[in-house]
Design a protein around this ligand. Structure first.
Ligand SMILES: *Cc1c(COP(=O)(O)O)cnc(C)c1O
Length: 378
């Protein structure tokens, strides 16, 4: 069986450094808000190209805390609207509704699966305070049109960078493109911890201060609570693990890219639609600063088929494990049944047709070929 993602093998490929890092923390006697977190925050801020990095408990909290901080700073208030792609993982939307802000869903581009930049402006009202873009599946979602709208309407640009650590937009990394970004280090992400972990990056000093306090009970100084905060901290063990894995992230992403390009070149089946590696081909008036095939870090390799379920069954028969990201769009979730949202046909089509095939750093060339053959014989 070719596993969808062999986490055990991935983490074994970082040994013995990984276990040594964990052991170092275990014997240090210090488990929260210590040197490892401080060092990781510095290293990750440098990697992303931002002034501040604040370690938090997970990716959802990173996004929640950004919005909560904007509320504390008086920049947003209950009932304000945040533009967000309809085609995303539920966490992007949960972060908004958890803060009693209103998500305004925008359809994706059918080629990139990311928010369609040309459908944003029609959704902007006098309540709009921000745009949250999601670099879905590891592909940059930033676009000059989004920059234009953020400037024109004086909006906050928040990036959900949970799936795109290491990705570039021109010569900048995603996570440094807007006012603040949320990152997830869930074990299966391109940079994965050994449990839950996340971070916020930003260049905004006051936002960084408020987020750091909010994640620590709302306090900057022990037992003095400025805000009604929460407990959302990155712990020392996860930070030590992430420091080891961060060093290899660019190399790992290149291996993903190599596999992705092999798939794109060699999967040839009229029943299968492949991802488009380069969004510039599809939005003619979009000009990126530099050519960059690293504008996709291939967190997932997502193909589409009319008859997705048969394709999945066929691959399973051929001992290839696949997954669906995601089977139900957020606006169709029971949690949001109160919305009665009008139909979002492109989002719904994507959720009906997508299938993620294995991609990752421990997949062998032999396995990649097996997967290609199985797709071609469908
Ligand atoms: C994983 C993910 C999150 C949430 O991250 P957690 O660490 O699991 O809380 C948010 N947004 C997107 C797009 C994700 O893929």
């Amino acid at each position: 069986m070719i596993k969808f993602l062999d986490l055990k093998a991935i983490n074994a490929s970082f040994e013995p450094e990984l276990s040594q890092a964990v052991q170092r923390v275990v014997s240090s006697g210090w488990y929260l808000l210590g040197e490892e977190v401080q060092a990781f925050e510095k290293e990750y801020a440098e990697f992303i190209g931002c002034k501040h990095c604040i370690g938090v408990a997970n990716g959802l909290d990173a996004l929640r805390l950004i919005l909560k901080a904007y509320i504390e700073l008086g920049i947003m208030e209950e009932g304000d609207e945040i533009i967000v792609p309809a085609n995303t993982y539920i966490a992007s939307i949960l972060a908004i509704t958890d803060n009693r802000l209103i998500p305004v869903l925008v359809e994706p581009d059918i080629y990139t699966y990311n928010i369609d930049p040309l459908k944003i402006e029609e959704k902007i009202t006098d309540k709009t305070r921000g745009i949250m873009i999601v670099h879905l599946y590891g592909q940059n979602a930033m676009h000059p049109e989004i920059h234009r709208l953020v400037d024109k309407y004086n909006l906050k640009l928040i990036e959900d960078n949970a799936q795109a650590q290491g990705c570039y937009y021109g010569d900048k990394r995603t996570g440094s493109l807007g006012h603040a970004a949320g990152h997830s280090f869930y074990p299966g992400k391109n940079l994965g911890a050994l449990g839950d972990a996340g971070a916020v990056t930003t260049n905004d000093d006051s936002l960084a201060d408020v987020i750091r306090a909010l994640g620590n009970y709302g306090s900057q100084e022990k037992y003095h609570n400025l805000y009604k905060g929460l407990n959302s901290r990155l712990d020392e063990i996860q930070a030590a693990v992430l420091r080891v894995k961060l060093k290899r992230l660019d190399v790992d992403n290149l291996r993903r890219s190599e596999i992705a390009h092999y798939y794109i070149k060699n999967i040839q089946n009229s029943k299968i639609i492949l991802p488009t590696a380069d969004c510039r081909l599809l939005t003619a008036d979009c000009e990126l600063p530099t050519a960059d095939f690293l504008s996709h870090v291939w967190h997932l390799f997502v193909i589409r088929a009319d008859d997705r379920d048969s394709l999945q069954a066929w691959l399973t028969e051929n001992n290839i494990q696949t997954m669906i990201h995601y089977p139900i769009p957020p606006h169709k979730q029971e949690a949001y049944s109160g919305w009665n949202h009008p139909s979002l046909p492109i989002t719904e089509q994507i959720h009906r047709e997508v299938l993620s095939i294995p991609i990752g750093t421990v997949l062998t060339n032999e396995e990649v070929k097996t997967i290609v053959n199985a797709c071609n014989n469908f």
